[in-house]
Structures are given as structure tokens and as C-alpha cells.
Design a protein around this ligand. Structure first.
Ligand SMILES: *[C@@H]1O[C@H](CO)[C@@H](O)[C@H](O)[C@H]1NC(C)=O
Ligand SMILES: *[C@@H]1O[C@H](CO)[C@@H](O)[C@H](O)[C@H]1NC(C)=O
Ligand SMILES: *[C@@H]1O[C@H](CO)[C@@H](O)[C@H](O)[C@H]1NC(C)=O
Length: 246
């Protein structure tokens, strides 16, 4: 059990240590759950939702809500938060945040400060932004290439990993020495998301080596052929000289 002192009101709120975690993708609606276990009717009670201990998200006060009898709601949540009127009689103070943005991510509290035993619930919201990675070739030498994998604006922090066709792990900002098809994989476990980008790499070095070998072979074969030709020609001339001598 943990104890919270609500400054200003002088109330001591007893709450369990459990935090409910809600995970959605950017743009989706998020339901933040908050229910009294004893299903006490809260139609004529007060409950207050806050984000990160300070931003006013939603207030219900015996039928009055923000922008309808109450002021003080944070601009971030104006016109975006609603509750479930038909659920109040069973102690359900859950809210919906419409069209979530990454900046809605945070720790929310749902407070019942005026109940006989005041209660507070903790809900963590994670709004995930999935982004496809950009893969580029940042430098080249004869025998290798440096590949860069970059992800911008993703949340939560993604894991990046380079894989080649054989699915061997290669390190990020990897230097590759083999002509192949490479894939940078982005994983965001919290939002069960995985996405990748691919790049084809042709290492000129490997082609260059082949070229050198081919040229050398041609030179050797030509050399041998020329030598044989010259040797035979000399032999024939010598024979002609022998015949012409009396
Ligand atoms: C509270 O109401 C919401 C919206 O109808 C619902 O999704 C949720 O399951 C309810 N919670 C409980 C504990 O009944
Ligand atoms: C919620 O609070 C915990 C503990 O302070 C913190 O680790 C976590 O990052 C917060 N969640 C978000 C989405 O900000
Ligand atoms: C990857 O390599 C590029 C070019 O050399 C460099 O600018 C960048 O900082 C490197 N990134 C990492 C994560 O090392």
C-alpha cells in the first residue's frame, strides 16, 4: 500500500501500487479505465482526471463537467474527452480520449477526493508512433559500404537491427562487405509493432577482384599463344634455311 497526501485539500488518499497500462497507436481513441470495486453509484459524486499530476484532463461533479459548468480544463484535452453517463451508477468513471497524439502519453490519475474513503487510481497511457526507417548508404570503399538506419519521431524508443537475407544480425550503422539485400528492422515491443526497410548493396570490390583475375587470365593465355606462334615461326624459318643450303 502507498499513501498519497493531496496538497491543498489535506486529504490522505490510500491507493494500491498497481498501475493500469493502456497502449494505443497514434490517432486511435484510448479508453482510460477507472472503476470503483464496490460499484458505488457516482452519479452525484465528484471524480477528477489529471495527467502527470498537473494537467486537468476531465472533471465530473454531480452532472457538471468541464466546459459545461466548470472551467480549468487543459487546452490539450478540450473537445477530446468524454465519459460514459450510463456507467456512472455502477461506479465506472472511465473516460475516452479521442484521436490520441504522442503527447498524450503520460501518467494519469483518476481521483475520488470526496468519497468517505477517498481513492486514487493510476493509469499509464502510451501512445505509440510507428515510423518506417530510412536506410541509406553513407560511405563506400572498394570492399565495403557503411549502411545507416534512421528512424524519426517514433515513440516509444524503438529497437533497431540490421539483418541480411540470411537473417544474421549485423550491427547498426553497419559496414557490409558482401553484395546482398539488407533489411533494417524496427521493433517497438510496447505497441507490438515491427516494420522494416530494405536496401540492395552491390560491393564494387567483389566485382573488381573478378575483373583483375579475368584480365590476368587473358594476358597469360595471350602470352602463351604468342610464344607458341613465335616459336613455330622461328622453327619453320630455320628449316627453310637448312633446305636452301646446298
Ligand atoms: C466501464 O465503461 C466502459 C465503457 O462502456 C467499458 O468499456 C468498461 O468495460 C467498463 N468497466 C467496467 C469495469 O465495467
Ligand atoms: C509514468 O511514470 C513512470 C514512473 O515515473 C515512468 O517511468 C514512465 O515513463 C511514465 N510514463 C509515461 C508514458 O510517461
Ligand atoms: C553512421 O555513420 C555516419 C557517416 O559516417 C555518421 O554520420 C553517423 O553519425 C553514424 N551513426 C551512428 C549511430 O554511429
Amino acid at each position: 500500500m502507498r499513501f498519497f497526501v493531496l496538497l491543498g485539500t489535506g486529504l490522505t488518499v490510500v491507493s494500491g501500487p498497481d498501475v493500469v497500462k493502456v497502449v494505443v497507436k497514434e490517432g486511435e481513441d484510448a479508453i482510460l479505465p477507472c472503476c470503483l470495486y464496490d460499484k458505488e453509484d457516482i452519479e452525484f459524486k465528484l471524480f477528477d482526471w489529471k495527467k502527470d499530476g498537473q494537467k486537468e484532463v476531465f472533471l465530473y461533479d454531480a452532472g457538471l463537467i468541464y466546459n459545461n459548468g466548470h472551467t480549468g480544463q487543459d487546452d490539450q484535452f478540450k473537445q477530446r474527452v468524454s465519459y460514459f453517463p450510463d456507467q456512472l451508477t455502477v461506479g465506472n468513471a472511465s473516460i475516452v480520449i479521442k484521436q490520441t497524439k504522442v503527447t498524450d502519453s503520460g501518467n494519469y490519475t483518476c481521483d475520488f477526493p470526496r468519497l468517505q474513503s477517498p481513492r486514487r487510481f493510476h493509469i499509464e497511457l502510451v501512445v505509440g508512433a510507428a515510423r518506417k526507417p530510412y536506410v541509406t548508404r553513407v560511405s563506400d570503399t572498394k570492399d565495403n559500404a557503411v549502411l545507416q538506419c534512421e528512424v524519426q519521431g517514433a515513440f516509444p524508443k524503438p529497437q533497431l537491427q540490421w539483418q541480411d537475407r540470411g537473417r544474421y544480425d549485423v550491427i547498426l550503422n553497419t559496414t557490409v562487405t558482401k553484395t546482398d539485400h539488407y533489411r533494417c528492422v524496427v521493433t517497438q515491443e510496447e505497441i507490438s509493432h515491427e516494420v522494416y526497410s530494405e536496401i540492395d548493396v552491390n560491393i564494387s570490390g567483389s566485382g573488381y577482384h573478378t575483373l583483375v583475375v579475368v584480365v590476368l587470365c587473358v594476358v597469360v593465355v595471350l602470352g602463351v599463344a604468342l610464344y607458341i606462334f613465335w616459336y613455330k615461326k622461328r622453327g619453320r624459318r630455320q628449316k627453310n634455311q637448312d633446305v636452301s643450303e646446298p
